[in-house]
Ligand binder design. Structure first.
Ligand code: PLP
Length: 395
């Protein structure tokens, strides 16, 4: 979704002028906006809504600008909700994607490709050393789903704590954790989740300085664990800055205080960096750095692919303490790696660093588990995937 500011309306044009732009737009030859609106109303599920009663149709983008079908230029202030972090149609990205599509458009993670581990290595160099494995998926919701599953498998606990006013995605587990009523469907969502107080001073029931409000809100997490859970939790998940919630945040002391409480109750801490990662807060590469904390899992999407469907949870401690191998159903790898730029995706939670020193051992991911299954099980479940891989289709 892109929200664009139209600064070229006649009554404001004298006050607000876009700077010159040398980009030559291609003539738009497709159906008109009315026709597209009609087709959309007829054929597309209305849950995929548009903004504005007269939605803008965008047909081209270049860096920070987008154009509608009439050639009107807009300054894109949202970049697809923090997605197009390098701008629209960046020539280097376009060239890389075109080159890759011409070479190999899709590859299953059941085979090696040079790019995925090399990209994982480059990405890990941007994370604290304790976060030492990457698992690539397609969307932020999937990254958070997987992070929650990892936390539950790792801790043996089920309860997950989120924050009111948070957005973590639209899948069953993340929809449950999302704490904004406009993004909740009212349909039963998976697993026990709880919403702690939002530490942002605005609308917080406590008064005082932002730091005092953050501390009182952190104490509320301890109360929540005490009264609403069995006393042990799987995870605490939060956006370092709430994006969909209106760009709100608590004072920097909130996260260290909450992380301590959550860890004392057996849980791991997940930073949802889907909007804040990749330098989008300005001062830091990751939003959690502002609070001086290191989460056990960092989830990322949007800016990681600059519009291509790519996302990742980066698990560290959660996978090191991991004792239960993810089974094939832990995460549906078939959804990963279908599109240009995301073709090199998918691996299980990492093996412990100590084991890495012992020499090459098979990675404990889904591929490993599938290969360990008895032939009859493989025929029933995993073989379907193999068929798709062989057919070069939907694998
Ligand atoms: C903070 C945050 N987490 C998770 C998501 C879900 O990501 P996706 O839409 O790629 O599933 C979003 C999407 O806007 C988000 O802003």
């Amino acid at each position: 979704m892109t929200v664009a500011l139209d600064v070229a309306t006649p009554d404001r044009s004298r006050a607000l002028q876009l700077p010159p732009c040398s980009h030559q737009t291609a003539p738009y030859l497709g159906p008109g906006r009315e026709k597209i609106l009609e087709l959309r109303r007829q054929h597309v599920n209305p849950a995929l809504f548009t903004l504005y009663s007269e939605p803008v149709m965008l047909v081209e983008g270049h860096r920070q600008y987008v154009w509608d079908e009439t050639g009107r230029r807009y300054l894109d202030l949202f970049a697809g909700i923090c997605t197009v972090a390098c701008g629209h149609s960046h020539p280097k990205i376009v060239a890389a994607v075109q080159k890759q599509m011409a070479l190999l458009a899709h590859g299953s993670t059941a085979f090696l490709h040079p790019n995925m581990p090399r990209f994982a290595e480059a990405l890990l160099a941007k994370l604290p050393p304790s976060l030492d494995r990457i698992y690539f998926v397609n969307s932020g919701s999937e990254a958070n789903d997987l992070a929650i599953q990892m936390a539950r498998l790792h801790t043996g606990n089920a309860d997950v704590i989120g924050i009111r006013n948070a957005y973590h995605g639209g899948s069953a587990p993340t929809g449950a954790l999302t704490g904004i009523h406009t993004w909740k469907s009212g349909v039963q969502r998976g697993g026990p989740v709880h919403h702690a107080l939002n530490p942002d001073p605005y609308r917080n029931p406590f008064s005082g300085t932002p730091e005092q409000i953050a501390s009182r809100s952190a104490e509320d997490v301890a109360e929540l664990i005490r009264y609403s859970t069995p006393g042990q939790v799987a995870a605490f998940i939060s956006e370092p800055i709430q994006g969909a919630g209106g760009v709100t945040m608590g004072a920097p002391n909130y996260l260290p205080e909450v992380y301590e409480i959550v860890r004392a109750h057996g849980g791991v801490c997940i930073a949802d960096e889907v909007q804040t990662g990749f330098g989008r807060t300005g001062d830091n590469f990751w939003g959690f750095e502002r609070s001086g904390v290191v989460p056990e899992i960092v989830t990322m999407a949007k800016g990681i692919g600059n519009g291509l469907p790519l996302a990742a949870p980066g698990p560290g401690r959660a996978s090191r303490r991991h004792r239960q191998r993810p089974r094939p159903g832990t995460h549906d790898r078939r959804r990963t790696g279908r599109r240009p730029g995301s073709q090199d995706t998918g691996h299980g939670p990492g093996r412990p660093r100590a084991r890495r020193a012992q020499g090459p051992r098979r990675h404990r991911g889904q591929g490993w588990a599938v290969r360990q299954r008895a032939p009859d099980q493989a025929a029933a479940g995993a073989d379907g995937r193999r068929c798709r891989v062989r057919a070069g289709g939907d694998g």
